[in-house]
Design a protein around this ligand. Structure first.
Ligand code: CUA
Length: 167
């Protein structure tokens, strides 16, 4: 069978595009290490967040020299603690859950972004190098006050940080 030269070129071009599309989709879903929220951070009863040792008192806890854990509860229409205070040059693991409906937990201007799902705990680890103030927003529609649901994440200079200063 004889194929015209231009037709061959178009065939090759189309194949390259198909392979390219498959490669980019595969890379985007697997290669970047982005994962959906799951129960790897543990589960809890959404009706008993107050009884759960981790979330009864939303807080930031020091767990290593420069390592902190933040236990954050989202509920209509606040984040707790607010503000969340952590020191600069720290690695912070956030554990985020919801006490009522699905909320979002997004640190504006960063790639820190997860859903807060009742009964599940989202876990994400972030490094904060420089002092900064970030806005926190809920980006999942959660009710009449959704658009007012916001908070603050403050990265303090190390010498100004007081452990347990989060209310
Ligand atoms: Cu909480 Cu929208």
């Amino acid at each position: 069978m004889r194929i015209h030269t231009y037709e061959k070129l178009w065939l090759v071009g189309a194949l390259v595009l198909i392979v390219g599309f498959i490669a980019t989709v595969t890379y985007g879903s697997v290669g970047l290490g982005i994962s959906m929220i799951d129960d790897s951070g543990g589960t809890l009863s959404p009706n008993a967040v107050d009884d759960d040792g981790r979330f009864a008192e939303p807080r930031v806890e020091q767990v290593g020299e420069n390592e902190y854990e933040a236990y954050v509860v989202a509920s209509q229409f606040i984040f707790q603690p607010d503000p969340i205070e952590v020191p600069a040059n720290s690695t912070v693991t956030f554990y985020v859950t919801s006490a009522d409906v699905i909320h979002g937990f997004s640190v504006v201007g960063t790639n820190v972004n997860t859903m807060a799902i009742p009964g599940e705990v989202a876990r994400l680890t972030v490094e904060f190098d420089e002092p900064a103030e970030y806005g926190l927003i809920c980006h999942e529609y959660c009710g009449a006050g959704h658009h007012t649901m916001e908070g603050q994440l403050i990265v303090l200079p190390e010498d100004e940080y007081e452990p347990g200063g989060n209310a």
